[in-house]
Design a protein around this ligand. Structure first.
Ligand SMILES: [Ca+2]
Ligand SMILES: [Ca+2]
Ligand SMILES: [Ca+2]
Length: 128
């Protein structure tokens, strides 16, 4: 029995960016994960075009074959929830200030008897 198969994979344009497998009478072109076959080429899937692929408080970055989600500043974790800077002690409030958490950030306020912007609180001399 004579097999007159063409090895389509010999032509690199048969399966651009994918894995070409020659079969008798045909061929297979398989794309790696994260790639879609368009015609005879494997093209990166832009996952960021899909709605809700990242949490609300995150930016989506597309890369060849993959993507990632980067939380906005002040948000963290897998779901990019607000970080409680006061609880995690990542606030920069002054020792004489109170820290209050808010969505995406936090607030520092000097305690009574001290004045300043919350990151720097000076003893309020007028009260002495
Ligand atoms: Ca073939
Ligand atoms: Ca991608
Ligand atoms: Ca916060």
């Amino acid at each position: 029995m004579t097999l007159n198969d063409t090895n389509e994979c010999d032509d690199p344009s048969t399966c651009i960016g994918g894995t070409c497998t020659n079969t008798i009478g045909n061929f297979r072109c398989t794309c790696a994960e994260g790639y879609n076959k368009q015609g005879n080429a494997c093209k990166d899937i832009d996952e960021c075009m899909q709605p809700n692929i990242c949490p609300a408080n995150a930016n989506c970055n597309n890369f060849p074959g993959l993507y990632n989600c980067v939380c906005h500043p002040g948000y963290g974790g897998a779901a990019c929830n607000d970080i409680n800077e006061c609880l995690e002690n990542t606030d920069n409030c002054h020792d004489n200030a109170t820290c209050s958490n808010n969505e995406g950030s936090f607030d520092c306020q000097c305690i009574q008897g001290y004045t300043g912007d919350g990151t720097n609180c000076e003893c309020n001399e007028s009260l002495q």
